[in-house]
Design a protein around this ligand. Structure first.
Ligand SMILES: C[S@@+](CC[C@H](N)C(=O)[O-])C[C@H]1O[C@@H](n2cnc3c(N)ncnc32)[C@H](O)[C@@H]1O
Length: 277
């Protein structure tokens, strides 16, 4: 184990690496691009070697911070399969067109690949991208059997991307895993940014969903980490209580999402909690 002062010595401000010009390649519910400007000073100040995102979703934060080294995890195996193909320099060969007949044919083919155990193939990654761009609201929803069941999206125009080769260099030192977050073991020198599904918003990213018990399990898992931790979530009363009781430092601010209350639209309150920072 490192002596206390050795840790301190490592935590010096880092020079800023060049910004990535690459945008998140998929649409993903709960994208946190807007949080990067709040996170960036903490990440720089920490002097940490590696960014850990136990629930990386659409990669808005990793692409915003652009770390040299990262461990990016998400339980959604189709999402991680897509990123693993991008790491190899992916070019989609599939014909892509915005029409409902093709959408439902491709959705069926994608589900067949799941049934036949071929969900890690390049074809599955291509279909996943197409379904993400063409389906309703970019949702990623699965039924209890694990089959993708999002309806056609009815967009007027979609610009499909075929060539993802640009992501290969950026992803060189980024490791992608598809585990339940509890199986990860961040070290003292890892900076963990965590963005669980919102407490109240219904978002079924996986067949299992994310229950209140998962919120508690997740907060407790974060609380025992030794390195710097930042977590964001919707600031509901029980979320504030949960993180407060576990010893996190809390900040609340108005986020970009709006909620309707008696016909008025007010900004949703976000919680930004830190530990070991
Ligand atoms: C709010 S999203 C993260 C969004 C991300 N920060 C972004 O900017 O796009 C939450 C993610 O948690 C993942 N997830 C849900 N349960 C999980 C679990 N038990 N272990 C790991 N990931 C999980 C979901 O698949 C989803 O992608």
């Amino acid at each position: 184990m490192l002596p206390e002062n050795a840790t301190q010595a490592k935590r010096i401000n880092k020079p800023e690496p060049p910004k990535s010009h690459l945008r998140p390649p998929l649409k993903w519910a709960g994208g946190k691009r807007w949080i990067v400007r709040h996170l960036e000073p903490l990440w720089r100040k920490s002097g940490s070697n590696r960014l850990i995102e136990p629930l990386c979703g659409g990669l808005a934060v990793a692409l915003g911070l652009n770390p040299h080294s990262a461990l990016l995890n998400d339980i959604n195996c189709h999402l991680i399969n897509f990123y693993r193909w991008l790491k190899k320099g992916f070019v989609i060969q599939l014909e892509m067109e915005n029409n409902p007949d093709l959408y439902y044919a491709y959705r069926e083919r994608f589900n067949q690949l799941i049934t036949s155990g071929n969900s890690e193939s390049a074809e599955a990654a291509s279909l996943f991208y197409y379904l993400n761009r063409t389906g309703y609201n970019g949702l990623c929803r699965f039924n209890k059997k694990g089959f993708f069941n999002v309806p056609y999206g009815r967009y007027k125009k979609i610009n499909y991307r075929y060539d993802f080769a640009d992501y290969r260099d950026l992803f060189l030192n980024w490791e992608f895993r598809t585990l339940d977050f509890e199986k990860l073991t961040p070290t003292l020198n890892d900076f963990t940014y965590a963005d669980p599904p919102y407490d109240v918003q219904f978002t079924s990213y996986t067949a299992q969903g994310f229950s209140w018990e998962d919120q508690i399990r997740f907060a407790r898992w974060l609380a025992q980490l030794k390195g710097p931790v930042v977590v964001s979530n919707q600031a509901t009363a029980r979320i504030i209580e949960l993180y407060g009781e576990l010893g996190f430092n809390l900040r609340l601010f108005k986020g970009p999402r709006m909620i309707s209350r008696d016909g008025n639209r007010t900004p949703a309150l976000e919680m930004f909690a830190t530990l070991n920072i």
